[in-house]
Design a protein around this ligand. Structure first.
Ligand SMILES: [Zn+2]
Length: 121
């Protein structure tokens, strides 16, 4: 793949999965559409529960853990921090899809790839 360091592409590049392109362009190098960040690995979706940190978000979704002794499932929840590029507008309560990428910071290795406004899981 060739690198484009001079200017951001107006039209975002194809990240390899079926998501809508963001309406606006950005110059964030940690953007999968307009930067050089490659996405690979797992995809999760869930509502945004925290959006106070700049360019960051936290999503939460439930999962079940089987307890062999009681032959029942225990409810657990997963919270994942994800990067939000400036071209994607994800506020608290929005339902988003995140995809795994390389480590962006100490606690972030996911990036938001799609926002579905006011949609319940
Ligand atoms: Zn972007």
């Amino acid at each position: 793949m060739e690198k484009s360091k001079t200017k951001p592409e107006q039209k975002g590049r194809d990240i390899g999965i079926d998501v809508a392109q963001p309406a606006s362009a950005c110059t964030d190098r940690h953007c999968p559409f307009h930067g050089e960040l490659k996405v690979r690995g797992r995809i999760f979706s869930g509502p945004v529960i925290r959006d106070v940190v700049h360019k960051s978000t936290m999503i939460e979704f439930p999962r079940k853990l089987y307890i062999q002794k009681y032959e029942r499932f225990e409810k657990r929840r997963t919270r994942i921090k994800a990067h939000v590029p400036p071209c994607i507008d994800a506020g608290k309560g929005d339902f988003v899809r995140i995809m795994e990428t390389r480590k962006i910071s100490k606690t972030k290795s996911f990036v938001v790839i799609e926002v579905r406004k006011n949609e319940s899981p």
